[in-house]
Design a protein around this ligand. Structure first.
Ligand code: UFG
Length: 339
């Protein structure tokens, strides 16, 4: 069964390709390599021993998208990762974000509507909840005004899919709202490859550990949490990737309750920034240098998922811990810097 993974050479995309291949799916990857590297294809192949079909296509080029889908009309499902994801960059380049994340989504949905099998998985984010009023966050929590153009593209993306599902009953879609994906594949053959100075906590920690950065700035030490630092739900990227496979299978088996469903993907457990540092110290044997600085603009105090909907309906739950994720992230950092 042929599955298209857009953005399949990116961080979450590549891990999902591995899980799909290991479940026996034939994977076709589209990626424009704007924030990924062609070597990721070798990493995937080294793990699964199957080289996925790859086409370097920019989804902003509508004609290429059309051509691609007419060459692959036998696609049974699409997992759509391709998007820009840097919150800060999106504030400075809003139109680029709307074009990259919204324009391309529209083109892909237009082409999917011509296929026999219209199964579609969308990469969404817990950013749609903003600072939720109640924790843990259920899928019924209200969507709050977006803090950034990036966050807005996820909200608008969900709305576009929902509206399309209303008029196209053949389209079966699941939006997956990720909490904070971290870690790398345990084989250490694929992982996160941030460009420039990392904006996210875990790659910043591992780069500090390896000596590329002097110290970590912990953004905010007076949040109303037990240790004063902000709380997030850090989910191992392999657990996250597995969820895409079960969500897709639900659509293929037509087990979905409606043609637009939403699931949170998190562990259900919140960890503070200091707890993440402690995990890194445990795993690496280091004593990470950090200092507490001002809060980062737009950051929320705490977010962690209520996972029972995904657990019960998808039959999926996380299996890996924060320490597992830090261990793989640390091994990956050491590998990429020493090779
Ligand atoms: N943090 C630091 N120092 C750093 C980097 C981060 O203290 O150098 C802190 C942040 O303040 C936050 C936590 O570590 O409390 C996690 O920060 P990340 O940047 O790793 O993740 P965010 O929760 O800010 O962002 C993530 C995704 C976004 C998504 C957002 C939704 O990266 O794509 O969740 O809330 F929009």
């Amino acid at each position: 069964m042929k599955i298209l993974v857009t953005g399949g050479l990116g961080f979450i995309g590549s891990h999902t390709v591995v899980e799909l291949q290991q479940e026996g799916y034939e994977v076709v990857i589209i990626d424009n390599l704007s924030n990924s590297s062609i070597e990721v294809l070798d990493g995937i192949t080294a793990i699964t021993k199957i080289k996925p079909h790859f086409e370097q296509i920019d989804l902003k080029d509508k004609n290429n998208v059309r051509q691609f889908f007419s060459n692959h009309s036998d696609i049974a499902g699409v997992v759509h990762f391709a998007a820009s994801k840097a919150v800060g960059e999106s504030v400075n380049e809003p139109l680029m974000y709307y074009e990259n994340n919204i324009g391309t989504l529209v083109y892909v949905l237009q082409e999917i509507s011509k296929l026999n099998f219209q199964n579609f998985i969308f990469s969404s984010s817990c950013t749609v909840y903003g600072q939720a009023d109640e924790l843990p966050i259920t899928e019924n929590a209200p969507v709050k005004p977006a803090e950034s153009p990036y966050g807005n593209t996820k909200q608008i993306g969900e709305e576009i899919i929902k509206d399309t599902c209303k008029v196209n009953s053949d389209l079966n879609s699941i939006a997956l709202r990720y909490f904070n994906p971290i870690g790398a594949h345990p084989s250490v053959k694929i992982g996160e490859l941030p460009i420039g100075v990392p904006q996210n906590l875990v790659p910043y920690i591992t780069q500090t550990g390896i000596g590329m950065r002097d110290q970590l700035s912990v953004f905010g030490g007076d949040y109303p949490t037990s240790d004063g630092t902000a709380i997030r739900d850090y989910i191992h990227v392999v657990d996250l990737a597995r969820a895409h496979v079960v969500a897709l299978q639900r659509l293929i088996d037509k087990k979905n309750d409606s043609n637009y469903e939403v699931f949170n993907l998190g562990t259900g457990k919140g960890s503070s920034v200091l707890e993440v540092i402690e995990s890194f110290n445990r795993i690496s044997g280091q004593n990470l240098k950090y200092s507490i600085v001002d809060k980062r603009e737009g950051d929320i105090t705490a977010a962690y998922a209520e996972t029972s909907k995904a657990n019960n309906i998808l039959g999926w739950k996380t299996e890996l811990t924060l320490d597992d994720a830090m261990d793989s992230a640390w091994k990956w950092e050491q590998k990429i810097r020493n090779s």
